[in-house]
Design a protein around this ligand. Sequence first.
Ligand SMILES: N[C@@H](CCC(=O)N[C@@H](CS)C(=O)NCC(=O)O)C(=O)O
Length: 253
Amino acid sequence: MAKTASKAAKKAAAKKAAKKPAAVKKQAPAKKRPAEKKPASGGDKQRFTLYGSMTSGPTYTVGLMLSLCRHPFSYIHVNLREGQHRLPDYMVKNRYGQVPTLRDGQTFLVQSAAILEYLAESLGKFEGRTAHERQRIREWLFWQWDKLALPILRLRARARGFRQFGDEVRVMYDTEAKTALAVLEHELARSEWVVGRRPTIADVGVYGVIRYAAEASIDLSPYPHVAAWKKRFETQPGFGTPEQILPMESRLL
Ligand SMILES: N[C@@H](CCC(=O)N[C@@H](CS)C(=O)NCC(=O)O)C(=O)O
């Protein structure tokens, strides 16, 4: 009996051992893959498609950045007058229903300042070299939309007949634009470029607005450092005017 019992016990133990899962090797936590660095320029012609309008300042800013980076791009004309920016197939690319939108592979990017940051980082050009520089650049990009772009682009839109408002509002925007220009003048009196010692996306973003000052009937001569910086910016390789950079019609590469 005892013999049988011990035999049964042995059998049960063997069964248990067979059931026991093999020791699982502890796996190291999956390492986060570094973001893939895509080619900085040249060959990959099909990488970027810019959706925009020739008359749009923010579209120009993105096209200008690509041109300064010497990166070719396809272009899809979005007809704002016909309301193409509000059509469902465009709204899935740009939730704000605005131009520009930049397609990079399967990703659609919106808001010109955010696109500038994205391009600087992924192409490795016109970016801040230190955390401090990147922070300063971001400050200028936020300021530029808050204080500089709004009055200048609204005045330009009025001059072109895209927006209607009376003289009281025109004077308000004019005053706001001049206040912002005085801030920029003060900065550029101390520094050749908006941030640091070389052009960055802060310059590209600010230039994309200053370009339209004349169309907004704003004279830059009271701001000599801004005027000199504008000229300096225009001598960079890859620089082009909106007419040189943005086609009237769609262009697929
Ligand atoms: N903050 C936006 C501004 C874009 C913007 O204002 N786009 C205008 C054309 S210049 C537009 O799409 N307007 C049509 C609308 O807002 O309905 C950016 O930087 O991308």
